[in-house]
Ligand binder design. Structure first.
Ligand SMILES: Cc1cc2nc3c(=O)[nH]c(=O)nc-3n(C[C@H](O)[C@H](O)[C@H](O)COP(=O)(O)OP(=O)(O)OC[C@H]3O[C@@H](n4cnc5c(N)ncnc54)[C@H](O)[C@@H]3O)c2cc1C
Ligand SMILES: NC(=O)c1ccc[n+]([C@@H]2O[C@H](COP(=O)([O-])OP(=O)(O)OC[C@H]3O[C@@H](n4cnc5c(N)ncnc54)[C@H](O)[C@@H]3O)[C@@H](O)[C@H]2O)c1
Length: 464
């Protein structure tokens, strides 16, 4: 096996790896991007793109069921799951193909296989990467720059009997060509809630099992209760302070014994108990790259691992695990390496959207975090029913909340449970990025009746 030399090797073609490979290649570097599964990584193939495509179908089913609320009568509503899955596959295939085309056009070399630091090291100042393809063939790449973007995969929890039960995870549930009669969902994080609501809308009875007393522990209590009440109102069953002890059965007949001795029966089981980093195949110990106690790769504010010439980007370096965070990791590394920049992770404002319906949008600090940080704050909060457009659309469930610094009047953060909450939160984010006081949004003239118009009302509530 002869050595192949590259200026840069990227392991994993996630949300950071693909654009970084393109930029490095366009800058004249020879770049190899190594991928063990599918180009584009989780988001494109088994994450955001397919799940939001399916959620769009689920929302149509939801609105169809509610058509009489709008004075429209229709016939019987049926979920054609093979057609729903076919639509999803088409959109995923398109995104996957564009990723490949983009890499090829930029001149990056795509190598399909599992990559990791080789047992036999390269000479000083260089790294040897061993790549094993699915057919068993091996290649050895030599480089001075390695970018680790290998992401995460679903956790399989320790649960008696799980080895013998055909359970679903976030990937396999998106290939299900039937609507389960009764889906049991283990875990109540973001993945769990998005799929639970989606499959309920497709027609399944759904039971969510949560160990704790509330959903989404990173959100404020009132935001969580608001989201919980909406899901309960829609007909999902959520069992709090409930732990699974043992599972048995097969698809169509799953039995879940709980620690309190009760038993649950369902037809399908979705395990959504979190994700863990893809690090085992990297053999990080061979080059001295450090990991934290959860296995995530440790990096500094510039995404450097501490070993010269090795960076880590995206989910593999630990939470927050979002596509836009990974993409911004790419921008930080590219700006600093190729454009003499000085971008840092700590300059980034956290923003994300949980795609339940209504969405849960979040930017910056919430009340819990601001109080913990000892900030002097004022809290603005209004129900979604104050939004004229939401009433007109019969989508008035939810609430808006913003946290203001008492001393400066600057907005520290906001949370929204509500129709297009992710979009409305982006308006607040822009104000925060621009360093605007809350009074600017309070007094701004928005078109009537847009959803953003409610920002007048939200911030007026502080002074009324
Ligand atoms: C169901 C689901 C829905 C989601 N929805 C959203 C959403 O709506 N919005 C959002 O912001 N985020 C969402 N996420 C999270 C988002 O997908 C990730 O945060 C994002 O993909 C981060 O990607 P990454 O760049 O870290 O790597 P990934 O996209 O995970 O890519 C890593 C790639 O590395 C490959 N790999 C692993 N080990 C090796 C190796 N040794 N050699 C070669 N290749 C390797 C993997 O096969 C994978 O393709 C969702 C996740 C899931 C599971
Ligand atoms: N809309 C989005 O942006 C989006 C969508 C999906 C995923 N993601 C990203 O992916 C990450 C992972 O999401 P996730 O939902 O897989 O993980 P998570 O860590 O958010 O949630 C895991 C859940 O499983 C529960 N749990 C853990 N072990 C358990 C056990 N043994 N039995 C029962 N419950 C158990 C936890 O209490 C928690 O409720 C998210 O944090 C997010 O960063 C983002």
């Amino acid at each position: 096996m002869s050595d192949e030399r590259f200026d840069a090797v990227i392991l994993g073609s996630g949300q950071a790896g693909v654009p970084l490979a393109k930029d490095l290649a366009k800058a004249g570097q020879s770049v190899a991007i190594v991928e063990s599964w599918h180009i584009g990584g989780t988001c494109v193939n088994v994450g955001c793109t397919p799940s939001k495509t399916l959620a769009a179908s689920a929302r149509v089913a939801y609105l169809a069921h509610r058509s009489s609320d709008f004075g429209i009568s229709g016939g019987e509503i049926h979920t054609d799951m093979p057609a729903v899955i076919a639509r999803k596959r088409q959109i995923v295939e398109h995104s996957n193909a564009s990723n490949i085309k983009g890499l090829e056009k930029a001149g990056a070399t795509i190598i399909m296989g599992e990559g990791g630091f080789a047992e036999q090291p390269a000479s000083a100042g260089e790294y040897a990467i061993a790549v094993k393809a699915a057919d068993g063939t091996e290649r050895r790449l030599i480089t001075k720059q390695v970018f680790l973007n290998t992401g995460e995969r679903p956790v399989v929890p320790e649960l008696k009997g799980l080895d013998n039960v055909p359970f679903l995870d976030s990937t396999s549930i998106m290939e299900l060509e039937e609507v389960p009669d009764h889906l049991i969902v283990l875990g109540a994080g973001i993945v769990a809630l998005e799929f639970a609501q989606m499959f309920h809308r497709f027609g399944a009875a759904v039971t969510v099992i949560e160990r704790g007393t509330r959903l989404l522990p990173h959100e404020d209590e009132d935001i969580c209760s608001c989201a919980r009440d909406i899901l309960l109102e829609d007909g999902l069953e959520i069992l709090f302070e409930t732990e699974a002890a043992e599972v048995s059965g097969t698809t169509g007949s799953i039995r879940l014994k709980l620690k309190d001795g009760k038993e649950l029966h369902g037809t399908h089981l979705l395990v959504a108990t979190g994700r863990r980093p893809n690090v085992e195949s990297l053999h990080l110990d061979r080059v001295g790259v450090k990991q934290n106690e959860h296995g995530y790769i440790e990096v500094n504010d510039l995404l450097e691992t501490g070993v010269p010439g090795i960076w880590a980007l995206g989910d593999v370096k630990g939470p927050p695990a979002f596509t836009h965070v990974s993409y911004d990791d790419y921008r930080i590394v590219a700006a600093n390496l190729l454009h003499n920049g000085s971008r840092r992770v700590s300059d980034r404002t956290l923003v994300y959207t949980i795609y339940t319906d209504p969405e849960i949008g979040r930017v910056g600090m919430n009340e819990m975090e601001a109080r913990k940080a000892g900030k002097k704050i004022r809290v603005a909060s209004v129900p979604m029913s104050y939004m004229a457009r939401a009433l007109e659309m019969a989508e008035s469930r939810g609430m808006l909340k913003a946290i203001i610094d008492t001393e400066t009047d600057l907005i520290l953060g906001a949370s929204i449970v509500g129709v297009e909450g992710g979009e409305v939160i982006a308006q607040i984010q822009l104000a925060m990025l621009g360093g605007l006081k809350y009074t600017v949004l309070r007094d701004a003239v928005f078109s009537h009746p847009t959803k953003s118009e409610v920002l007048n009302t939200l911030f007026m509530s502080l002074d009324s």
